[in-house]
Design a protein around this ligand. Structure first.
Ligand SMILES: NC(=O)c1ccc[n+]([C@@H]2O[C@H](COP(=O)([O-])OP(=O)(O)OC[C@H]3O[C@@H](n4cnc5c(N)ncnc54)[C@H](O)[C@@H]3O)[C@@H](O)[C@H]2O)c1
Length: 257
């Protein structure tokens, strides 16, 4: 067993219910599995039901917490409300919400179509708002609940070709800071993780040459692994992070200034 795995096991989330959006693959999958390994019951939400079912089956195979897949498009208010109700009905509450579902539709500003702008804002920003709003009253009831929003260093420093994506992630950061203040008196913490370039299908869409350049620009000399992000999510979900709220934490190998 690696040192990292040993450390993860020390966080005990048994009795907690976690909901991870975009849990079907990539970073969301790593977060869902990691929270499940720590004993949480995990609602794996994704627009792609089959992929969410695979994640849930992986979590169940550990024989610790329960896991179930929930099909949901995070941009659709009715679907989001119904999904949160189903999760609470199935698991009896909600303690940890991870807003991870996200997309890119890259293009330079002068050529960016309305649809590219709207699609990215809808999933990354509106989806985070809809899920957090739907979950808020259950998180308040849970006592010591957690919201973890997956932003991006693009939302902090900008990235050519990603005006839509950077704006959505900067929006997620502003949303995080405000909701942290609104829910603090109810002991709900709200934080954002800003990953750099993480080796998932989203990043690989940039092409191998671009990724080699990014590795060269990254002080730690590699792309991140989804587990690098999942380990921080696990810490933020744990009791050890009870006094941390309204922050943005980078997981980027030192890339952003
Ligand atoms: N990979 C990176 O380099 C990187 C860097 C910074 C931030 N991020 C952020 O991390 C998060 C996860 O990224 P990833 O690299 O794992 O991406 P990914 O494309 O591998 O996975 C995204 C998941 O979200 C799901 N999804 C997409 N639209 C959805 C919708 N409308 N409703 C529900 N689910 C939906 C997809 O089906 C998929 O399972 C995103 O918010 C992304 O912006 C990624």
């Amino acid at each position: 067993m690696s040192d990292a795995q040993t450390r993860r096991i020390q966080v005990d989330l048994s009795g907690k219910v976690a909901c991870v959006t975009g849990a079907g693959r990539g970073i969301g999958r790593a977060i869902a599995v990691t929270l499940g390994q720590a004993g949480a019951s995990v609602a794996c939400v994704d627009v792609n039901l089959e992929m969410a079912q695979e994640t849930a089956a992986t979590i169940r195979s550990f024989g610790k917490g329960q896991a179930e897949a929930f099909p949901c498009d995070v941009t659709d208010s009715n679907q989001v409300n119904a999904t949160v109700e189903s999760i609470v009905e199935k698991f009896g509450g909600l303690h940890i919400l991870v807003n991870n579902a996200g997309i890119t539709r890259d293009g330079l500003l002068l050529r960016m179509k309305d649809e590219q702008w709207d699609a990215v804002i809808a999933v990354n920003l509106r989806g985070t708002f809809l899920f957090t709003r739907a979950a808020a009253r259950y998180l308040i009831r849970a006592g010591g609940a957690r919201v973890i929003n997956i932003a991006s260093i693009s939302g902090l420093m900008g990235n050519p070709g990603q005006a839509n994506y950077s704006a959505s992630k900067a929006g997620v950061i502003g949303f995080t800071r405000t909701v942290a203040k609104e829910l603090a008196s109810r002991q709900v913490t709200v934080n954002a993780i800003a990953p750099g370039f993480i080796a998932t299908e989203m990043a690989h869409a940039l092409g191998e040459q671009a990724l080699e350049e990014i590795k060269k620009r990254t002080p730690l000399g590699r792309l991140g692994d989804p587990q690098d992000v999942a380990d921080l999510a696990l810490f933020l979900a744990s009791d050890s992070a009870a006094f941390i709220t309204g922050t943005v934490i980078r997981v980027d190998g030192g890339l952003a200034e």
